[in-house]
Design a protein around this ligand. Structure first.
Ligand SMILES: [Zn+2]
Length: 258
């Protein structure tokens, strides 16, 4: 019994603190594995971060493509069409010949030379010509003193307003009340909006492609904007400003319609 205890006691003697090489190698291997795992995790996180950053960048580019010129070479245009009361004339030889134009290269601004009338009255006058046969006259658009816009002839068709340029322009007749021929604010604002929209729709430059009846024939039309060159220049500047402020980068092809 006592012998056995002794044996156990011998067995309980602390083992000499000798380096166990096998154990150390195992630990080293585990540490190496852990390091490798950490390295791989780090690489995976880095790749994921780069992917996320690239995706975020693509998202940003797509998001701002419609608004930022630097990212999109397209032209800034006013795509939203102003409110237009479409009251097309009956096809007839005197005001709506129903002939396709050669594409719109400019927009011609006129005044009705008929103070105090409104847009619909002028449209109805054009319509009446099919019966009275008294003259050839019409316009794609008429803007009233209250700013309302009436369309009489489709923009793809010829109207009888601008002589030699009927074949490649659209015309806007403006109602007025003042003796000097100047437009009411409401008329002016609608004119700016309509010109801005048409500029985008037909890929026109407001500075060169918005013209007066005067520029075609020398007729004093629109009177105030012939007699006041500054007011005419300001109108074109106002259209350019309107496009800059309210336009977006959209392909003009996307907004073309009849
Ligand atoms: Zn005119």
């Amino acid at each position: 019994m006592s012998k056995g205890r002794e044996v156990r006691n011998v067995n309980r003697q602390p083992l000499p603190d000798l380096p166990d090489l096998g154990e150390d190698r195992r630990h080293e291997r585990i540490r190496k594995k852990k390091r490798k795992r950490r390295k791989r995790a780090l690489i995976r996180i880095t790749i994921a971060s780069i992917l996320l950053a690239v995706m975020a960048l693509i998202g940003l580019v797509l998001h701002f493509r419609g608004n930022v010129g630097i990212l999109s070479p397209k032209k800034k245009i006013v795509a939203e069409r102003p409110p237009i009361d479409v009251e097309l004339l009956t096809i007839n030889p005197y005001s709506r010949p129903g002939i396709a134009n050669d594409g719109v290269k400019a927009v011609v601004v006129h005044y009705t030379a008929n103070p105090g009338t409104d847009a619909l009255q002028n449209r109805n006058y054009f319509e009446s010509l099919k019966d009275t046969e008294e003259t050839y006259a019409s316009s794609q658009f008429v803007i009233g003193q209250d700013g309302s816009i009436v369309q009489c002839v489709p923009t793809a068709e010829i109207a009888y307003a601008s002589n030699d340029r009927n074949h490649d322009t659209v015309s806007i007749e403006c109602c007025y009340n003042n003796e000097d021929g100047s437009f009411e604010d409401a008329t002016y604002d609608s004119l700016v909006y309509l010109l801005a929209w048409l500029s985008g729709r037909f890929d026109l430059d407001p500075e060169t492609d918005i013209i007066r009846h005067y520029d075609v024939t020398g007729k004093l039309c629109p009177l105030y904007y012939v007699e006041n060159e500054d007011a005419w220049d300001k109108l074109k500047d106002d259209v350019a400003d309107y496009i800059e402020k309210n336009g977006s980068y959209v392909d003009p092809e996307d907004v073309r319609e009849e």
